[in-house]
Write a protein that binds this ligand. Structure first.
Ligand code: ZN
Length: 153
């Protein structure tokens, strides 16, 4: 048997309760911790620590379940983090060119709108976001009715 053993050499059972039933599987080396509590809450899993368990080792089945939940959680999180889609095609060529020249994006002179849109979209994805700066610029714009980002020509 490969299960985790207690100090008294007794093979331990999984520390979790699944759907309010004690898990009867043998405990492995995976440990129930704070991160797992968060994951269980986030993913609405019907798992909790068996209050009678004197250890925090889980069985391999629950370890795998939680592993999958973690991947799922990360994937959803990435989706949430991704900026909302902006349709750059709605911008005028003039605006796209302004963006391009502000950020010194290399582009050929005769670039058509589609190529400009691509370049701007690619560049936008790489921009770090400084909220304070954005808010300050916005306030400046409202007060002065001008755009701080415009280069003085
Ligand atoms: Zn289990």
């Amino acid at each position: 048997m490969t299960g985790k053993k207690s100090k008294r050499n007794v093979v331990l059972k999984c520390c979790l309760m699944d759907d309010d039933k004690h898990c009867k599987q043998f405990a492995g080396s995976a440990v129930y911790g704070r991160r797992i509590v968060r994951l269980i809450t986030d993913q609405n899993l019907n798992l909790r620590l068996n209050p009678k368990a004197r250890h925090t080792n889980m069985c391999n089945y629950h370890r795998d379940i939680l592993q999958i939940a973690k991947i799922e959680y990360k994937r959803n999180n990435k989706k949430r983090m991704r900026s909302p889609e902006i349709n750059m095609h709605l911008l005028t060529v003039k605006t796209l060119r302004r963006y391009k020249s502000y950020y010194n994006i290399r582009a050929g002179r005769g670039w058509n709108k589609a190529r400009l849109v691509n370049a701007v979209e690619e560049h936008l994805k790489t921009l770090p976001i400084n909220e304070t700066e954005i808010i300050n610029n916005f306030i400046h714009m409202v007060i002065t009715n001008g755009n701080k980002l415009d280069k003085k020509e």
